[in-house]
Design a protein around this ligand. Structure first.
Ligand code: FAD
Length: 312
């Protein structure tokens, strides 16, 4: 899509390290017309305040730049979640984790105030699948998506959501269906991406044949959880398990290390056999084991459906 400029309308600290920036203006309306959700690609300005995009830096320019295909710009592109939007009001909110000034997006959010401009360069991606039972897990970077997901799940949804946060001051009020249990996992101020809280919580969770697993957090935890879910026989169609950041790497460095762009390929790294530290070197035995586990899961699924039908 054509890059557009958003204007910050309000800046609110939801918790000490989660800052909500609500944008408005013609740029937001243009963005929402493209229906580019649930994720948004933002382009941060360079140190001189310029974007390096002709049509943004010079309003008289007629250029149309696809920011995501210009290598020189990718170092300043970051991925966020559209926490909420209102087409009629022409507003869109993003929740930024404030993790210090080492990251350009976090630093931008630290300084954002009403009237600050930000470039939206595209968006899209997949959201949670339809299911009867859910396993939802994420750290603070996944929390905006979890908040948006829980608000939209049907009231009949069952399962659990696990959210890892820095400490108990980071707990938010979330709207959710009664059948979803919400568990806050506090790191007690340990650095993000250094604990096994989410991995342990997922390992304790009673999976059902019809469970859909949605997981987003630091890459290391996500890789472990994905392997675990596969070993349990959860089929690929029943999971969306994505690394949202990698400790020690900028987003651009992470994308390079993972060997592909998660957004353009709709995060479906399995299809391409690479990325996110998995999919490499699976031998025949591993493939057969995964196929067998998937078969068992499907058989359990069919059996559960049959039992439910017989009960009616
Ligand atoms: C689909 C998707 C949706 C996302 N949605 C959100 C969202 O709604 N809100 C949100 O805050 N993040 C979200 N993220 C994560 C966000 O894109 C990354 O955290 C990103 O690296 C932040 O960019 P930055 O410029 O601040 O830091 P970068 O320049 O990318 O990284 C600089 C350094 O900071 C570290 N770092 C990055 N993020 C964190 C963190 N959260 N805590 C501690 N250290 C960190 C890196 O490891 C690196 O060492 C999402 C990611 C994806 C893929």
């Amino acid at each position: 899509m054509r890059p557009v400029l958003f204007t910050a309308q309000s800046v609110d600290d939801i918790t000490p390290h989660m800052r909500r920036v609500t944008f408005s203006g013609d740029g937001v309306r243009a963005y929402l017309a493209e229906n580019a959700i649930p994720n948004i690609k933002i382009l941060l300005p360079d140190t001189s305040g310029k974007y390096g995009v002709p049509e943004l830096d010079d309003p008289s320019s007629t250029a149309v730049t696809d920011v995501r295909t210009v290598p020189g710009l990718l170092g300043r592109v970051r991925t966020y979640t559209v926490r909420s939007f209102d087409v009629d009001a022409g507003t869109l909110a993003i929740d930024f984790v404030l993790h210090g000034d080492e990251g350009i997006a976090s630093a931008w959010a630290h300084r954002a105030k009403s009237g600050t401009i930000l470039c939206a360069a595209g968006g899209g991606g997949r959201s949670i699948g339809d299911a009867e039972h859910y396993l939802i897990a994420g750290d603070e970077t996944g929390l905006p998506a979890i908040g948006a997901i829980l608000e939209k799940l049907p009231s009949s949804a069952r399962g659990s959501a696990f959210v890892e946060v820095a400490n108990r001051d980071e707990i938010q009020d979330l709207v959710k269906p009664d059948g979803i249990e919400l568990h806050w996992l506090s790191r007690d101020d340990a650095p993000a991406g250094t604990t096994t809280l989410l991995v342990d919580a997922v390992a304790q969770f009673p999976l059902e044949p019809e469970t859909f697993a949605w997981v987003s957090a630091e890459s290391g935890q996500v890789v472990t959880i994905r392997k675990y879910l596969r070993a349990q026989g959860v089929p690929r169609r029943s999971m969306l398990v994505i690394g949202y950041w990698r400790r020690g790497l900028s987003e651009n460095g992470y994308a390079k290390a993972a060997d592909h762009d998660r957004d353009l390929k709709e995060y479906d790294s399995d299809k391409h056999g690479h990325g996110h530290g998995h999919g490499h070197g699976h031998g025949v035995a591993a493939t057969l084991a995964a196929a067998w586990a998937s078969f068992i899961h499907s058989a359990r699924h069919a059996l559960a459906a049959l039992r439910a039908r017989l009960r009616r």
